[in-house]
Write a protein that binds this ligand. Structure first.
Ligand code: PGA
Length: 253
């Protein structure tokens, strides 16, 4: 059975103390979660170790980095490698968020290189894909997303593909308060699963977790998670509010 996932993307928010408090508030006295539910906190780099040690005893909670570099090591001032993440016990890493693809010019090929490095170090990539507004308005979102998947993922063997998490995040819905409708999210998730199925077979496509991101909050999580191909969410703004994010976790059921 594929996993249901609530992933928090804290982006460049919180001080160290705020991060500690937020994580404690969300994880303390948490209700018993089903075995197939995973909660992931993508925290800023300086808090990874603190956060990892805070959730070390709780199997449902995991920590993610928000990015890593596409080269293994070397003279890349200011960058963080997959090997570094591995060496401090990080098990997940977001790759290809639109807030990196667009302003930092990250290409599909660079993302493929990051994914290879993450797998080499046993870290699960949370691969983000999704179209900008102009593409949605032109009605070509399916081919746009299919191309992102092909260029960054289709070199992987099926065993690795089934392990990664794919987050569909239409750029026009991120941080805008404009959530895709459940029908729009479901249609794209079903399309992604079909694309994966054609390349890797239906069994692998059915095993892969597809989560939705873009203005997810407690008030729309239930409806989104009821969609057949939506296996959870990547949550930005609402993940910074403990009660909101706890309600989103609860909506995974
Ligand atoms: P948002 O961000 O929930 O604030 O729209 C989602 C994301 O960027 O992952």
């Amino acid at each position: 059975m594929r996993k249901k996932i609530a992933a928090a993307n804290w982006k460049m928010n919180t001080t160290f103390q705020e991060a500690e408090n937020l994580l404690r508030t969300i994880t303390q006295n948490s209700p018993l979660l089903d075995a197939n539910i995973q909660v992931v906190f993508a925290v800023p780099f300086p808090y990874l170790q603190m956060a990892s040690s805070m959730v070390a005893e709780t199997p449902h909670y995991n920590i993610a980095a928000q990015n890593c570099y596409h080269q293994k090591s070397g003279a890349y001032t200011g960058e963080v490698s997959a090997a570094m993440l591995h060496s401090i016990g990080v098990h997940y890493c977001i790759v290809g968020h639109s807030e990196r693809r667009v302003p930092f010019g990250e290409s599909n090929e660079q993302l493929a290189a990051k994914i290879n490095l993450l797998f080499e170090y046993g870290i699960v990539p949370i691969f983000c894909c999704g179209e900008p507004l102009l593409i949605r308005e032109a009605g070509t979102e399916n081919s746009f997303v299919e191309n992102q998947l092909k260029e960054s993922l289709f070199h992987l063997p099926a065993t690795q593909l089934a392990q990664l998490i794919i987050a569909y995040e239409p750029i026009w819905a991120i941080g805008t308060g404009k959530t895709a409708t459940t029908d729009q999210a479901q249609a794209m998730h079903a399309f992604i699963r079909t694309v994966l199925g054609k390349k890797y077979g239906t069994a692998v496509a059915e095993e892969t977790s597809l989560i939705y991101g873009g203005s997810v909050k407690a008030s729309n999580a239930n409806e989104l998670f009821d969609a057949a191909d939506v296996d959870g969410a990547l949550v930005g703004g609402a993940s910074l509010q403990a009660e909101e994010f706890k309600a989103i976790i609860a909506a995974l059921k």
